[in-house]
Ligand binder design. Structure first.
Ligand code: PHB
Length: 393
C-alpha cells in the first residue's frame, strides 16, 4: 500500500512530484548510476533464455529511457552458462562486493535462483527473478520478487481444461528437476481430483535428454493425452520425437504448459506442433495494443527473433526496477525493495501485480492452441483465467 502512495506522489504533477522523490532518496545515492547485476545463461543449452531476457532488458532501456528517479540504470551482464549453481553464486557475490550493484536480476533456471538467494539476503538487495519458475523460489529469500510465472500457476488451468474436454487418461512427461516436479504434482492432483487417470509418469534428465525412448513408452501406453513440461529451449526436440514416434496418429493429444511451444522456436517446429493446447501467461499473439507494440519493437531491434515468455519476464523485471527507482527518487536496499512490493501495471502479457505479501506475480493465464496464421505458427489464446495466484498445488 505504501508503495502505491509513494508512487502516486512521484508521478503526480507540480511541486509534490519534485519534492517527494528528493525526500525519499538517500542523499549520497542521488546522481550515482544504479547498477543492476543481470545474471543469465548466455551460453550452453539454455542460451535462448539468456538471449530473450537480455534483448527485452535492452529494448526497455532504449524505449523508456535510461534514467529513473535521478539515476542512470547501468546493466552489468554476467553469463552463468545455465548449468552450474556455484558459478551463479560466485557471480552474484562478485556483483555485490566488487561491483556494488543495487539489485540482482535474471536467473534462467531454478537451481541458479536458489543458489543466489542467500547472497541477496545477506546483502539486503532486491533480487528480481525474471525467468525461473519453481513455486518455492520466492520463499528462499525475503528479498526475492518474481516477474516470470510459477509452474503450479500455469499447470492447474490445463488440467482443468482437459477435464472439461472429457479427457479421461493422461500421461505426464516432465524434466526431472524442481519446476518439472511442481508441474507433475499439480497436474496429477488436479486431473485425478476431477476424475481423470494418470497411467504413466515419466521424468526426463535435464542434461542431454533423449526423448525418443520416453515417447515410445507413451505410445505403447496410449493415453488420450500427454501432458508435457520441459524448460524453454527444449520444445523443438520433444516435438520432433512426438512426430517421429507417431503419437498423434496413435490418438495421443499433446497438452502442456506453454514452455514446450515457446514462441521463439515454434515456427521451426512446423506441422507437428499444430493443434497443441497449452496454458501459459504469455503468447506473442496476445491481442492487446501493449503487446502489438512490444512484439513490433522487439522484432525490429532483434531481426530473426520473436519474443517469447522469457523475454516478457525480462521486460517486466525492468519495469519493476524502473518504477521503484522512480518512486523512491533513486532509493536503495530495503527502501527499493519496499517500493517494488504491491506494484501493478499492464504488461505485454496483460494486467499483472507483484503481490506485496508473497512478492510473487499475480497474472492472467490463458489457454491457447497452436494455429497457422499468415504462414506462421502462433499460440492463439481462446480462454482466460484472470488474476491467477500461485496455487501451490
Ligand atoms: C526453471 O528452471 O525454473 C525453468 C526454466 C525454464 C522454463 C521454466 C522453468 O521454461
Amino acid at each position: 500500500m505504501q508503495a502505491r502512495v509513494t508512487r502516486r506522489a512521484a508521478l503526480g504533477a507540480g511541486a509534490a512530484a519534485l519534492i517527494a522523490p528528493a525526500l525519499a532518496a538517500p542523499a549520497l545515492a542521488q546522481g550515482r548510476p544504479a547498477r543492476i547485476g543481470l545474471i543469465l545463461p548466455m551460453t550452453g543449452p539454455f542460451a535462448s533464455t539468456g538471449r530473450q531476457v537480455e534483448a527485452a532488458v535492452r529494448l526497455y532501456l532504449r524505449q523508456r529511457g535510461e534514467s529513473f528517479g535521478g539515476r542512470r540504470l547501468e546493466i552489468l551482464l554476467r553469463d552463468d552458462t545455465g548449468t552450474a549453481p556455484e558459478v551463479t553464486r560466485r557471480l552474484a557475490q562478485e556483483l555485490v562486493v566488487r561491483d556494488k550493484v543495487q539489485a540482482l536480476a535474471g536467473f534462467g533456471l531454478t537451481p541458479l535462483a536458489f543458489a543466489a538467494a542467500p547472497v541477496a539476503t545477506e546483502a539486503k538487495l532486491p533480487m528480481v527473478v525474471m525467468a525461473a519458475a519453481t513455486s518455492a523460489i520466492v520463499q528462499r529469500s525475503p528479498f526475492i520478487l518474481r516477474t516470470s510465472f510459477t509452474l503450479p500457476q500455469v499447470t492447474a488451468p490445463i488440467a482443468e481444461w482437459a477435464l472439461r474436454e472429457r479427457v479421461q487418461t493422461a500421461a505426464t512427461l516432465v524434466a526431472d528437476y524442481a519446476p518439472g516436479l511442481d508441474a507433475e504434482r499439480v497436474f496429477k492432483a488436479r486431473f485425478t481430483g476431477g476424475g481423470g487417470r494418470v497411467p504413466l509418469e515419466l521424468r526426463t534428465p535435464l542434461r542431454n535428454p533423449d526423448y525418443a525412448p520416453f515417447l515410445q513408452r507413451v505410445r505403447d501406453a496410449k493415453p488420450e493425452a500427454l501432458f508435457i513440461f520441459v524448460p524453454s529451449g527444449e520444445g523443438a526436440a520433444v516435438m520432433k520425437q512426438f512426430a517421429e514416434r507417431g503419437l498423434a496418429e496413435a490418438g495421443v493429444r499433446l497438452i502442456g504448459t506453454g514452455d514446450v511451444v515457446d514462441d521463439d522456436l515454434l515456427n521451426d517446429m512446423g506441422r507437428p506442433a499444430l493443434g497443441a493446447v497449452t496454458s501459459h501467461h504469455y503468447s506473442a499473439a496476445h491481442d492487446s495494443p501493449e503487446n502489438k507494440a512490444y512484439v513490433q519493437g522487439f522484432i525490429a531491434a532483434n531481426p530473426g527473433m520473436r519474443p517469447n515468455f522469457m523475454s516478457v519476464g525480462g521486460w517486466d523485471g525492468m519495469q519493476l526496477i524502473a518504477e521503484a527507482l522512480q518512486a523512491t527518487g533513486g532509493g536503495e536496499g530495503e527502501a527499493l525493495l519496499a517500493a517494488m512490493k504491491g506494484r501493478s501495471w499492464t504488461s505485454p502479457r496483460g494486467p499483472i501485480t507483484i503481490d506485496a505479501e508473497t512478492r510473487d506475480i499475480v497474472q492472467d493465464v490463458y489457454i491457447r492452441r497452436v494455429e497457422e496464421r499468415d504462414g506462421q505458427l502462433w499460440n492463439i489464446e481462446f480462454d482466460r483465467l484472470p488474476a491467477m495466484r500461485d496455487p501451490g498445488t
